[in-house]
Design a protein. Structure first.
Length: 301
């Protein structure tokens, strides 16, 4: 890809471990500060970038259970920043090759079934919806929380992808997204509204599977309050405010919010405390390049 070669030739290029779900899990682990409280399952290539991701997880205390596909390079994403706003160019490669058979291996299934919380980004719908089905059903059986993210407008705009999302929704305890993604969903299903609170309410009222409690729909709005809909009722939670001078890079802010939220959830905290933890994590990450952070958080869950 010409852009990658051009960026790699620049003297100030930075290489940072990433990937939407992996960002969230690494941030959750950072917030928890207890080794192997989190695990990540995905697909990498047998190359230097795969080794970099493995090392990043090890250093962060994340238990990484990668499927390695030697036939494809590790997925990469070129991030260019102008006026502190990001533009992404992604080459999924090996990340697009994950197979449910890897998840069904005994050691990986044990990690899944032993989890209190499982999180899947909506992006994974394009890769292995079968794996998301296995994960959601495992949480349905164990009573753990299954969490998903809308991730991007195209996930809800493309009918086959939206169909997978809607199939998984009854087993979903926590649904994350931002206002743009929520509005894209409403448009795609013909709700004829851009009211984010109304959309969150309707998503929260989709019937749950089995004996699961009510779904929590969590919609972030950048610097505006986070919207949470539960049982048809909306509550707004403030986010940490930063000056323009403090902002470095918004890349990874949404992933970081989810990571902080999940860390609090793992600790048994309520939605208010989880939103507060998510806001803190996001506020730290946007003061750094990419989804990076200091050695330890100045925050106790």
């Amino acid at each position: 890809m010409p852009l990658y070669a051009e960026l790699a030739a620049k003297p100030d290029v930075k290489y940072i471990a990433g990937g939407a779900t992996q960002n969230s899990i690494r941030v959750a682990q950072w917030m928890l500060q207890e080794p192997n409280m989190t695990a990540y399952i995905g697909c990498i290539g047998s190359d230097k970038f795969g080794a970099a991701l493995t090392d990043a997880c090890k250093q962060d205390g994340v238990l990484a259970k990668y499927m390695v596909d030697a036939s494809a390079p590790t997925g990469t994403c070129a991030v260019t920043i102008l006026d502190k706003e990001r533009s992404l160019t992604t080459n999924l490669s090996a990340a697009n090759n994950y197979k449910v058979s890897h998840l069904q291996q005994a050691e990986n299934l044990a990690v899944l079934e032993g989890a209190k919380v499982v999180y899947s980004a909506g992006f994974f719908i394009t890769v292995s919806p079968e794996s998301m089905e296995v994960a959601s059903q495992a949480m349905l059986k164990s009573g753990g929380a299954y969490c998903m993210n809308l991730s991007a407008p195209f996930i809800v705009q493309v009918p086959p992808f939206r169909a997978v999302l809607e199939k998984l929704l009854p087993a979903c305890d926590y649904l994350f997204g931002n206002e743009t993604e929520a509005q894209a969903y409403a448009e795609a299903v013909g709700w004829d509204t851009t009211d984010v609170e109304f959309i969150a309410i309707r998503l929260s009222l989709v019937p749950m599977a089995g004996n699961k409690p009510n779904r929590k729909v969590v919609i972030t709005q950048g610097a505006e309050p986070t919207i949470v809909a539960i049982k048809g009722k909306v509550t707004k939670y403030p986010v940490n405010q930063l000056s323009k001078e403090q902002l470095v890079d918004t890349n990874g802010a949404g992933d970081a919010f989810v990571g902080g939220f999940l860390a609090a959830l793992i600790k048994g905290k309520d939605v208010a405390a989880s939103c507060k933890a998510g806001s803190y994590a996001a506020s730290i990450v946007i003061q750094h390049s990419g989804c990076t952070y200091p050695a330890k958080p100045d925050y106790t869950i």
